[in-house]
Design a binder for this molecule. Structure first.
Ligand code: MLT
Length: 464
């Protein structure tokens, strides 16, 4: 096998030669900008920490589980390890400890006072460190290099019926990309387990590089008469190229896309998409299979499809002036974990206040934000009456001309790839086993309760 350093040095040389900057740009040979090298060190250090923690605490109990939690979609059961982010009910998501607002302030940007670039989120999710501009530039460069789609994926997309939902097309294309899986090939060669994460990393990098082209091709096929997505511009970042492939060149739209792709990336491990890719990945299915499964979950109306439903609902409100404001199911107010306004909602609102304060749909969303929480509280209809990110994202995209509601969840999917794939790499790096929780029957649960009443120490001895 060609060593990583040699490969990267060669790539660096070719790229530099193309741009005529050979003497000044050598970042890919500098270990501090080589994400895979940085990650190797982090994983090894982390595994030592986990080993000594587990040695001491493997049998320590941390949570009581109620019957309501079991019937209620395992709500509140903390049974997963996810290193990339954690969700606080009051303050929202923290990516490696950084709030959404801190990420906006600290991560490298493509323009002055602009939004953080998703390449920085990727670095942060994988390493826990805020990257430098040079480090994010190295990721941009790698993704631009790896962005080419295999011919069969383009052909597949061209042959799908236009009635097939964009999310189904997205899933089909991701599954077809599996022909490229380095993990699957390495596994059948029989490589050591300790190197699994390295192949997962390569798959993740290739998949992330190609997802914008997949999404843009679906968009162009369905809504722009099958026009070409064009080719990668080395001078543009991931979002810049994605916007151009979609056919949107407006610089504020590109900023919105950067923000959108950054903030939808990760929402700890329990949400349906992240949990699905974790579960499927735990069977040692590769990144393509795991992420395709995750996207099947994101396509559900209780998860990512909600952002599409919000737009349909807003249209309805415009037609019927306010009658359906009480229909909380379609409002996407409330969240399984959050008990305050989603900070991702807040930063999209701030973006709107800065770039499109007069947009009529934004004003409608804003009015709903004023009246709905009180209304829902008054009616006692929701524990959490505050909006989450899905209540806002679509109207911003519509403002810039991306009006095709059924495509919005695909954008969510491109962003969520950052979180799902970072989690997958870490799961392989930590050598996590197959996920195999135990289930109950109702009869079994009833017996357990009766037995526990008879013997107060029952749970200590025979707990489920
Ligand atoms: C997400 O971003 O995944 C959603 O807010 C849903 C969730 O966290 O359960």
């Amino acid at each position: 096998m060609v060593s990583i350093t040699t490969t990267l040095a060669r790539r660096s040389f070719l790229w530099a030669k193309n741009l005529g900057v050979l003497s000044t740009f050598t970042y890919t040979t500098d270990s501090s900008t080589n994400l895979k090298d940085v990650l190797a060190k982090k994983i090894s250090e982390h595994n030592k920490k986990v080993a000594s923690f587990r040695k001491e605490h493997d049998n320590t109990e941390i949570q009581k589980i109620t019957i309501d939690m079991i019937y209620g979609g395992m709500r509140g059961i903390k049974g997963l390890v996810t290193e990339t982010s954690s969700l606080d009910p009051e303050e929202g998501i923290r990516l490696r400890g950084y709030s959404v607002q801190e990420c906006q302030q600290l991560l490298p940007k493509a323009t002055k006072d602009g939004e953080p670039i998703p390449e920085g989120i990727w670095w942060l999710l994988l390493t826990g460190d805020i990257p430098t501009k040079k480090q994010t530039a190295a990721i941009t460069k790698e993704w631009n290099d790896r962005a080419g789609l295999p011919a069969h994926v383009g052909q597949l997309l061209d042959n799908l019926p236009s009635e097939l939902h964009p999310m189904s097309q997205f899933i089909a294309a991701i599954a077809a990309l599996q022909s490229e899986s380095q993990f699957a090939k390495a596994y059948s060669r029989g490589v050591p387990k300790s190197t699994y994460w390295q192949y997962a990393y390569e798959d993740a990098m290739n998949l992330l590089a190609r997802l914008p082209a997949v999404a843009a091709k679906i968009y162009r096929n369905l809504y722009r008469g099958g026009s070409s997505i064009g080719s990668i511009d080395e001078k543009k970042d991931w979002s810049g190229n994605f916007a151009a492939m979609l056919g949107f060149e407006n610089s504020s739209f590109v900023e919105l896309l950067r923000l959108y792709l950054a903030i939808h990336s990760d929402h700890e491990g329990g949400n349906v998409s992240a949990h699905t890719s974790h579960l499927v990945g735990s069977a040692l299915s590769d990144a393509y299979l795991s992420f395709a499964a995750a996207m099947a979950g994101l396509a559900g109306p209780r998860h990512g499809l909600a952002s599409q439903e919000v737009l349909v609902f807003l249209d309805k409100i415009v037609d019927e002036v306010g009658d359906d404001v009480k229909d909380k199911n379609k409002l996407r107010y409330g969240h399984a974990v959050l008990r305050k306004t989603d900070p991702r909602y807040t930063c999209l609102r701030e973006f709107a206040l800065k770039h499109l304060p007069q947009d009529p749909r934004f004003k409608l969303v804003s009015d709903l934000y004023e009246i709905t929480p009180d209304l829902l509280l008054e009616q006692g209809k929701a524990k959490n009456p505050w909006p989450n990110v899905d209540a806002h994202s679509g109207v911003l995209l519509q403002h810039y001309g991306m009006k095709e509601m059924s495509f919005i969840t695909v954008l969510f999917g491109v962003s969520r790839a950052l979180g799902c794939l970072a989690q997958l790499i870490w799961a392989r790096g930590m050598g996590l086993p197959i996920e195999r929780p135990k289930s109950h029957t109702t009869e079994g649960l009833m017996k357990l309760i009766t037995a526990s009443k008879d013997n107060e120490n029952f749970w200590l001895h025979f707990g489920p």
